[in-house]
Design a protein around this ligand. Structure first.
Ligand SMILES: Cc1cc2nc3c(=O)[nH]c(=O)nc-3n(C[C@H](O)[C@H](O)[C@H](O)COP(=O)(O)O)c2cc1C
Length: 188
């Protein structure tokens, strides 16, 4: 069977939802951001912007706002989570990166998703925990959305698409959620 470090990292990565109370190093953060920046992008437009949030008070505020908006969503799973006072959309991670896309870009959703996945794999490859968290979007679509965009320095003309939480794993996830079978067909 073909195997190497990249393939191992892809299969080993799990969404981490429990973090140690310890900040990641600047060196690790830079390596992860660089992995995002090296993602493919439509027409090589590199239509992304990355906002690193390590201010815990701001993260707590965004968490609160996202949940306030999410409570009213017509989705039982999400509204139940939003009602749970203990639930933190960032799972207590000390660092969150918001990935925004330039609104007039060619295929910004795809560009931002590629950068997001690159960062998740980079984090896993250096032993950090991470999770792709789009619940943050409820904060941007709520009453304080424009305020957050300004406060976070998201450039004019850019729209937040995703966020990635980063930190040291409290526990190592062992079992991957099972993967669907029969999702490939061949035309030969
Ligand atoms: C577009 C997207 C949005 C996601 N948003 C969230 C989120 O807001 N909160 C969360 O805990 N996980 C989120 N996830 C992580 C998924 O729940 C997770 O990837 C999936 O359950 C598979 O588990 P694994 O990442 O361990 O393989 C998101 C994943 C994707 C691709």
């Amino acid at each position: 069977m073909v195997n190497n470090l990249v393939l191992e990292t892809i299969k080993k990565r799990r969404s981490t939802r429990s973090y140690l109370d310890k900040q990641i190093s600047q060196e690790d953060l830079q390596a992860i951001l660089e992995a995002g920046i090296y993602a493919p992008s439509a027409g090589n437009q590199q239509s992304w912007h990355f906002t690193v949030i390590q201010d815990q008070a701001i993260l707590a505020d965004i968490n609160k706002s996202a949940k306030l908006t999410a409570v009213n969503i017509d989705n039982e799973h999400i509204s139940k989570m939003a009602k749970n006072e203990q639930y933190n959309i960032f799972h207590g991670a000390p660092t969150v990166i918001v990935i925004s896309g330039k609104e007039d870009g060619l295929m910004i959703e795809a560009d931002c998703a590629a950068a997001t996945q690159n960062m998740l794999l980079a984090a896993e490859s250096i032993g950090l925990g991470c999770c792709w968290v789009d619940l943050i979007l409820f904060a941007f679509s709520g009453d304080k959305g424009d305020q957050y965009k300004k406060q976070l320095g998201i450039p004019e003309g850019y729209k937040p698409f995703h966020s990635v939480t980063l930190g040291y794993k409290k526990v190592e996830a062992i079992n991957a959620p099972s993967r669907k079978q029969n999702v490939v067909n061949y035309i030969r």
